[in-house]
Write a protein that binds this ligand. Structure first.
Ligand SMILES: [Zn+2]
Ligand SMILES: [Zn+2]
Length: 164
């Protein structure tokens, strides 16, 4: 029994790509167990284009290449990103470039996706909660009670850090 397909999958030793609708040699397709003829439905070029489009859409370019390093699948990554609302788990901002997969350096367990600044920031303070708390207190203390010993720039030239 033949299935009523508009175009046959195979024609003269060539395979149909369901995306670009062109017949191409089998080596232009990745192997896929789940599809008929053990070949992917999309040709390699279409598959690559689709992946790039998908990656760009989710804004995760460079990071996806490193997912394997953390034994994360793309769907793990997507789930994490969705759970975080698509922003850095720490500063809640959208990174300008890509997310870093933050992990515990002792256990190797992945914690969350962080922007580069947040990930480097906590890393430079050795992921040490005590030190990070002290750093936060330090910033607040000095903001509330500035003690200017020496300053090469006059207050009027100083960048406005308060945002007020
Ligand atoms: Zn194609
Ligand atoms: Zn951040």
């Amino acid at each position: 029994m033949r299935k009523p397909t508009p175009k046959p999958r195979l024609k003269g030793g060539l395979v149909l790509c369901t995306t670009c609708k062109r017949y191409k040699p089998p080596q232009d397709f990745h192997k896929a167990r789940e599809s008929a003829h053990s070949l992917a439905y999309r040709c390699k070029i279409c598959n690559y284009k689709r992946q790039r489009k998908y990656i760009r859409k989710l804004g995760m370019n460079g990071e996806t290449r490193r997912l394997r390093q953390y034994r994360l699948t793309q769907s793990d990554y997507n789930a994490m990103l969705q759970e975080q609302g698509g922003v850095c788990a720490l500063c809640q901002r959208l990174p300008s470039t890509y997310f870093n997969v933050d992990h515990c350096h002792k256990t190797g367990i992945v914690r969350a996706l962080l922007c580069v600044a947040c990930n480097h920031g906590i890393g430079l303070l050795q992921d040490n909660p005590e030190r990070l708390r002290k750093a936060a207190a330090y910033i607040e203390q000095h903001a509330a009670n500035p003690r200017v010993f020496r300053c090469s720039i006059t207050p009027s030239q100083r960048p406005d850090e308060s945002g007020a």
